[in-house]
Design a protein around this ligand. Structure first.
Ligand SMILES: [Mn+2]
Length: 473
C-alpha cells in the first residue's frame, strides 16, 4: 500500500452548515450537549464562528456570541476551533481601521479561536495583510493562533490557473500558515479541482484546505478528485446538516477513504451518535419551516448563473417586497453584467449583496445605474480595494462623476477608531468584547445590550413582546 496520507476533515455543523440550511439559527444550548462527543472524533478543526453566526446570535437569538465561543472553548478540550473572518471588513460589511482588526483578532484568540480563516470579497490580498499580521503577532506571544488565507473561488476571464497559482505564492509570502480555496457557490467541478490543487501544491509548501457547497450537486466528487491531487483538509458537515446548500456529509467522506492511503481513522460509530443527536433537530427545523426542503436538492442554476444560493434567496425576497417577482430572470441576467462593470469580483459577502442589490435596482428602475447604492459607489471609488479587472469607465463616469478614486490599500485612509467606538457605547460596556460587537453591528448590538440589561434588572419577561424583540424598560 502507498504511504499513508490521512485526509483531515473540518466539521462545519456549528457554523456554515446551519448558516447555509437554517439561516444560522442554531442556539448555543443546541450545541453544548454534543460537544464532548464531537471532541473525541479527532477532527482537524470544528468551525464555530463567523459573521452570520455573530450577527444572528445578537439579532435573533439574543445571545452574546463571545459567551458562546467561551462555552464551546470550555467544552472542546482537544479540538481546534476555527472561525471565518472577512479581512478588513472583519465580520461586518464595511472596511474597518487597523486597530479594530487587531483588537478583534486578539479577542477572538483570547476567547478560544485557534484558526482564523481570512478572506476578502475582491481577493485583494492587501485587505488580508493586517489580519494575518495580527494573528502572527499573537502566535509569537501566546503560542496560539493560525492564519489561514482563503481565496474566494469564482469563474471569469481573469481567473486562470496562473492567477490562482500566483495567488498561492503570494499568500505564502505574506506569512500565512495555510491556504483555503473557498468555493462558496459550489462552482468548482471535480476535474478542475484536480488541476487546481496539483498546480497550487507544486507552487507552495503550505497546507491546502478545500471548502465547497453541495448546491450544484458535484461537491463530493470534487473532494474525491481534490484528495487524490493532494489536498490536505476538506470541509464537511455531519449528515443531518449536510448536502443541499451545505457541505458534503462527514460520514460519507470518511467511508469513501476507509482502507485507502487517505483513511481518516475516524470512528463511524461515534459519528453515527453525533448524527443521531442532530437528526431530531433537523426534523424540528423541517416541521417549523426553518429548513426548507427546496434548499436540499440540486440547484443547477448555480452553475448556469454562478450566483451563490444565499444571494438568490436575498434577491427573491427583495423582488417580492416590490411585487416584482416576474423580474426574476431579468435580474439573473443583470447580475453578471453588474459584476463585469465592477471589475468582475467574486460573489461573496459583501460583494454578493452589493452586486445583487444593484442588479435589482437596475432592473426595477428601468434604466441601468439610474440609482446607485452607497455601496456600489464605494466599490467604484476603490474603497473596498482593487478588483482583478478594471471597472467600467462609462459606469464610473455615470455614477461618481468627477469624484476622486483611491488606489492605495483602503484601510490606509481610515483613522484608528476604537476610542471613538468605545465612547459611543460606553454606557452599555460590560466587557471589552462589547466594543467590538458594537463596532460590527452598531444597531443590533445596542438592541442586544438593552435586552441584556433588561434581563439583568429582572424585568418581567412575560410582559415582553419577544416576537418583535420589544421589552419593557
Ligand atoms: Mn461556505
Amino acid at each position: 500500500m502507498a504511504e499513508k496520507k490521512p485526509i483531515k476533515i473540518m466539521e462545519t455543523v456549528l457554523r456554515d452548515a446551519h448558516q447555509s440550511l437554517i439561516a444560522t439559527r442554531m442556539p448555543t444550548d443546541m450545541m453544548l450537549p454534543i460537544v464532548d462527543k464531537m471532541d473525541k472524533v479527532g477532527y482537524h478543526a470544528v468551525e464555530c464562528w463567523g459573521g452570520a453566526t455573530f450577527d444572528a446570535s445578537l439579532r435573533f437569538l439574543k445571545e452574546d456570541p463571545w459567551e458562546r465561543l467561551r462555552k464551546l472553548r470550555d467544552g472542546f478540550k482537544n479540538t481546534k476551533l476555527q472561525m471565518l473572518f472577512r479581512g478588513q471588513n472583519i465580520l461586518g460589511y464595511r472596511p474597518y481601521a487597523d486597530d479594530v482588526v487587531d483588537s478583534f483578532v486578539e479577542k477572538s484568540i483570547a476567547n478560544g479561536i485557534d484558526i482564523i480563516r481570512i478572506f476578502d470579497c475582491l481577493n485583494d490580498l492587501r485587505n488580508l495583510q493586517e489580519a494575518v499580521n495580527a494573528t502572527n503577532k499573537i502566535k509569537v506571544q501566546e503560542g496560539r493562533g493560525h492564519a489561514q488565507v482563503a481565496l474566494s473561488y469564482t469563474l471569469g476571464d481573469a481567473y486562470t490557473m496562473e492567477y490562482w497559482v500566483d495567488m498561492a505564492k503570494k499568500i505564502e509570502e505574506m506569512g500565512a500558515d495555510s491556504i483555503c480555496i473557498k468555493d462558496m457557490a459550489g462552482l468548482l467541478v471535480p476535474y478542475k479541482a484536480s488541476e487546481m490543487i496539483a498546480a497550487m501544491k507544486s507552487a507552495t509548501k503550505l497546507p491546502i484546505q478545500l471548502h465547497t457547497h453541495y448546491t450544484s450537486g458535484v461537491a463530493s466528487m470534487t473532494y474525491l478528485k481534490a484528495v487524490e491531487a493532494g489536498v490536505d483538509v476538506i470541509d464537511c458537515a455531519i449528515s443531518p446538516f449536510a448536502m443541499g446548500t451545505s457541505q458534503p456529509a462527514t460520514e460519507v467522506m470518511v467511508e469513501t477513504f476507509k482502507g485507502t492511503e487517505y483513511d481518516t481513522g475516524y470512528d463511524q460509530n461515534l459519528l453515527a451518535e453525533i448524527a443521531d443527536y442532530f437528526r431530531p433537530y433537523r426534523d424540528e427545523c423541517l416541521a417549523n419551516g426553518l429548513l426548507n426542503p427546496k434548499v436540499m436538492g440540486v440547484d443547477i442554476k448555480t452553475l448556469l448563473y454562478q450566483v451563490p444560493g444565499g444571494m438568490l434567496s436575498n434577491m427573491v425576497s427583495q423582488l417580492k417586497e416590490q411585487n416584482a417577482e416576474d423580474k426574476y430572470y431579468d435580474v439573473l441576467k443583470e447580475i453578471p453584467a453588474v459584476r463585469k462593470d465592477l471589475g468582475e469580483p467574486p460573489l461573496v459577502t459583501p460583494s454578493s449583496q452589493i452586486v445583487g442589490t444593484q442588479a435589482v435596482f437596475n432592473v426595477l428602475m428601468g434604466e441601468r445605474y439610474k440609482m446607485a447604492t452607497k455601496e456600489t459607489k464605494a466599490v467604484l471609488r476603490g474603497e473596498y480595494g482593487q478588483t482583478v479587472k478594471p471597472m467600467s469607465q462609462e459606469i464610473i463616469d455615470k455614477v461618481i462623476p468627477g469624484e476622486k478614486r483611491i488606489t492605495c490599500r483602503p484601510a490606509d485612509l481610515i483613522e484608528n477608531e476604537m476610542d471613538k467606538l468605545e465612547s459611543e457605547m460606553k454606557e452599555y460596556k460590560q466587557q471589552d468584547e462589547d466594543v467590538l460587537s458594537y463596532a460590527l453591528f452598531p444597531q443590533v448590538a445596542t438592541d442586544f445590550f438593552k435586552y441584556r440589561q433588561a434581563q439583568q434588572e429582572k424585568v418581567d419577561l412575560t410582559q415582553a413582546d419577544t416576537k418583535n424583540g420589544a421589552y419593557p424598560v
